[in-house]
Design a protein around this ligand. Structure first.
Ligand code: KIV
Length: 269
């Protein structure tokens, strides 16, 4: 029998009570090995449907299938011990009815072992969020710029530039909080609106291109590492891995061509 105390994963209710406290740290991850690194620093890891664009070269997140989310969700759960793992519900898997949302979200929870799901949409998703949370599925909401609706929104546009639109965003935040979401992502939202919403609702707000006043922040890992070919303006780069990979691959190619592959003696003897 092990004498070490088991590491307990952070839970959705533990994130919920961080409202107004120490800022919540989160990043996306889609992959067991990077997730293991992120796990040492993040409170929650999102297996975002951005994986369609980042990992699979899709033009938007609209084409991401549920099975793909489950495959990546399993990998991230396997690679981690500590952080809460939140898996995104992809477009088409939850909007039709609360019952369909429950069926698909339950599959995600059972097959991946994650601790919560995330879905996009504000007031219109209130009934579904309540249905899922009342039946044992913790839900993170996502409002503001919601990439799955980019075809309706006319692209990836910052939300709230026009002050007249603020009440609708505030209503979205209020409804998802009242419906039982344990946190809400505010994406691509003007700073004063995100700060205002953060002050109005009792659940943590997680900003991405929103405001430093949010209760936590999330970034797409590959964006902040400098691995994505294109990154939104608001993303601060904490690394330049794209350039590092390019340099390493070019050096490898050169050494292979020069038959100067290091370690050759040990490998081939
Ligand atoms: O899919 C994703 O990565 C997300 C984050 C941008 C919040 O939803």
């Amino acid at each position: 029998m092990s004498t070490e105390a088991p590491i307990r994963r952070i839970t959705a209710p533990q994130i919920r009570v961080r409202k107004g406290g120490e800022p919540i740290v989160s990043l996306t991850s889609y992959h067991a090995h990077t997730a293991a690194i992120v796990d040492r620093h993040a409170d929650f890891i999102l297996v975002g449907d951005s994986l369609g664009m980042v990992m699979h070269g899709m033009e938007s997140t609209v084409g991401v299938p549920l099975d793909l989310m489950i495959i990546h969700g399993k990998a991230v759960v396997r690679g981690t011990k500590r952080a809460l793992i939140v898996v995104d519900m992809p477009f088409g898997s939850y909007e039709e009815s609360p019952a369909i949302a429950f069926r698909n979200a339950a599959r995600v929870m059972k097959e991946t072992g994650c601790g919560a799901v995330k879905l996009e949409g504000g007031a219109r998703m209130g009934e579904t969020i309540r249905f899922l949370t009342e039946r044992g599925i913790p839900v993170m909401a996502h409002i503001g710029l919601t990439p799955q609706s980019s075809h309706v929104m006319g692209g990836f546009r910052t939300q709230g530039r026009d002050e007249e639109s603020w009440p609708a965003h505030e209503e979205d935040a209020r409804v998802v909080a009242e419906a039982g979401a344990f946190a809400v992502v505010l994406e691509g939202m003007v700073e004063p609106l995100a700060a205002r919403i953060t002050g109005q609702i009792p659940i943590p707000t997680i900003g991405i291109g929103a405001s430093a006043e949010c209760d936590g922040q999330i970034l797409v890992l590959e964006d902040m590492l400098g691995l994505s070919p294109w990154t939104p303006k608001f993303v601060k780069r904490y690394g330049d891995l794209g350039a590092e990979i390019e340099k390493a691959v070019a050096q490898y190619a050169q050494e292979v061509k020069a038959r100067a592959f290091p370690g050759e003696e040990q490998v081939y003897r």
